[in-house]
Ligand binder design. Sequence first.
Ligand code: SF4
Length: 356
Amino acid sequence: MDAKRQNFSSAIERIKKMLGGGKIRLMEVCGTHTVAISRAGLRQLLKPDVELLSGPGCPVCVTPASDIAKVLWLAEQGITIATFGDMMKVPVDGRSLFHLKARGSDVRIVYSPIEAVDIAESLADGEVVFVGVGFETTAPAIAGAIVDAKDRKLKNFSVFASMKTIPTPLDIICRSPQIGVDGFILPGHVSAIIGSKPYRFIAEKYDKPGVITGFEPEDIVDGVFRLAKMISNGTAGIEVSYSRVVRPDGNVAAKRLMEEIFELCDSEWRGLGILQNSGLKIREEYSDFDADYRFKIPEFPDAKDNPACQCDKVILGLLKPNQCPLFGTECIPTNPQGPCMISSEGACAAYYKYGE
Ligand code: SF4
């Protein structure tokens, strides 16, 4: 065993010893952490002393069917849709962007919002809508794309804004006895933007600890160690084990850019319903770049996910992916039945890929 691996194993042993046979339930909020945990086999190594639950930190997974139905509607109007690849296969009422593309809609996969601006500039006529799904990690780049489109004087670029903010659902999870979380492994990337302060309510209001960690197995184990220590000592605080990237105030320039373009709004989450002030909408001053405003998109309150899919429970830690009856049989990455198997950050995809 190399020295790094040995340190890692002895850290896990120290966690178990510290808990002295007691059991704790921790939630990793971020989808990237879910994948890193599955890849390193941490869930297996830590159990039964530490149970790791996956949370609502996969942006595609928490986007509700009603918003995806709106994007499908836009594609059917002859508008060019630019989207991250994970959104392509998410089914709503048995249809997806992938299906519409196969039938002739202009749907293009992009790797950054700026690529969507480039597409708009390259089209002589025709509208381009970027599907703005994501958390505070992605929002500054989307805000930057809007500023760039304005600077280029583009009149055919807009964003379908379905962005969400991470701290709000944690308030709901803290209050849920059904989920029963003792502490949180908090997201590294989102926290690099918003900082550590927005999570203070978790400790102050609910007396639960949280640790912001990086994505290497050693980072995550350090986070679990700090959480186990606080829980064992009966203390609660928000610690940063990723201080090489995360500051208490976050990235001030990125936050300023986001605030210039977006404002908070109520937003619907899969599994959680409408949460007050949990989303980001485009400010009125930039409404020319707001797809909702430009195209008067209708509401789709009756849009339905696959009724057999249980992603609404998976993203709240109420169900482990492998407890879904479809997992690994009818639902596999090549034939996914829900967003948690489709998204590269989805818990079902991570469990399946790494054999949990
Ligand atoms: S295994 Fe498939 S059907 Fe089941 S919750 Fe996950 S994505 Fe949905």
